[in-house]
Design a protein around this ligand. Sequence first.
Ligand SMILES: *Cc1c(COP(=O)(O)O)cnc(C)c1O
Length: 465
Amino acid sequence: MPTPQWSDIVNPILSENSSVAHDTLRSWDCEHVWHAFTQMQEYESLLIEEGQGATLVDIDGNRYLDGSASLWCNVHGHRHPRLDQAIIAQLNRVAHTTNLGLSNSTTVKFAKRLIDVAPAGLDKVFFASDGSAAVEAALKLAFQFWRQSETPQPHRTKFIALAEAYHGDTLGAVGVGGVPRFGSLFGPLTFEAIRIASPYARGPSAVSSEDLLQTSLENLENILLQHAGQIVAMIVEPLVQAAAGMLVHPFGFLRGVRERTLRHNVLLIADEVAVGFGRTGTLFACEQEQVSPDFLCLGKGITAGYLPMSATLTTQAIWNAFLGEHAERRTFFHGHTYGGNPLAAAVGLESLEIFREERVLEQLPEKIERLRHHLKRLSVLKHVGSVRQCGMMAGIELVADKTVGKHYPWEEKLGMRACLAARKHGALLRPLGDVVVLLPPLCITLDEIDRLANAAEAGIDEATR
Ligand SMILES: *Cc1c(COP(=O)(O)O)cnc(C)c1O
């Protein structure tokens, strides 16, 4: 076969360096870009060109409220001048240097600031680039810890996780995850976690949340007794199981989990990838129940939605078990090329400054209240089975028949249809099954919350009519 000449394979449109027609871009998008969690056969291209605050603008100039905070990560809005400037300032120094045996002043400052604001006892930071990678690091650190603790406990091989948990899409994270529509196919490739029922009942239930809380904690206690000496760690999403459909735990569950894991000498991994950085009303969800986990996984909002970064925070006790001479092989042999990237650290650092100086958390109660008002209003709609909220995260569950809590057949994609219909009313939303999610940037104004809720209502109305 003759070697192709560069001139034969280069696309003439690219070489012209001219602007590309919008329809061409759309067809390239559909033909070449494999979108996450998307059936490409049904995908319709929507191309975003720019953003400002809580608003995104597509290539044709249509404006939308960013109702999912660009998948749960945007915090202070798009093109925040201070965040933009922080990246430019870092770019004028250096874009990337490795974290393997070397450091960068911006990354160190960010690590120190994270520790200052994190729950007590967490004072070591391991950086990676995605939430899943933060979870993987926590799972492996916990596993290795027991093998290297003062009295090694090699029989500890199991993890406890909640039913319908979501911790990311890499294989370890899928192992502890339990959202059936995401993970079951890969079962043969993953390890099995011991599951306890989540303290939440979907649909109409005769059981009170106090009973659910007690049952779930008793279930945990039994498992801890039954598997004494075999458990590495328990992993939880504090306060809300986000990807499961915004399942809000009863108050006291996280605290109960911490008390029991401590009593039974089992490590606790708090996955705050979704709920961290102000999402639930406090900087971290763990604060609300005065819990300090052994590992805190952070991602999504860590850079205010600007650049990929994640962090696994842990304690002196865990760290100590990894110290020793090189030849003792106690090192954590794990890492990612872009872990601790200085550009991401610069914007993460500036985001924490904005939280403090712009008093972001102080402004949330009013916004949370406004969101609550709209959810209450929407809860009476004919096909809204239930509404759930924790801080600035909310889910509206659509049902075929609300008197009996009957779900729509999942093939009908009611949630997706409602979200697509809401686009026509100026909101970009992304559902979780039949749960329409409202999870805007924290900077959203009261007026924008009204518009977002009205667009969601119009979308739900159109899809369920
Ligand atoms: C999104 C999410 C993850 C995975 O983060 P990625 O950055 O998508 O890898 C892990 N845990 C929770 C709770 C999440 O919501």
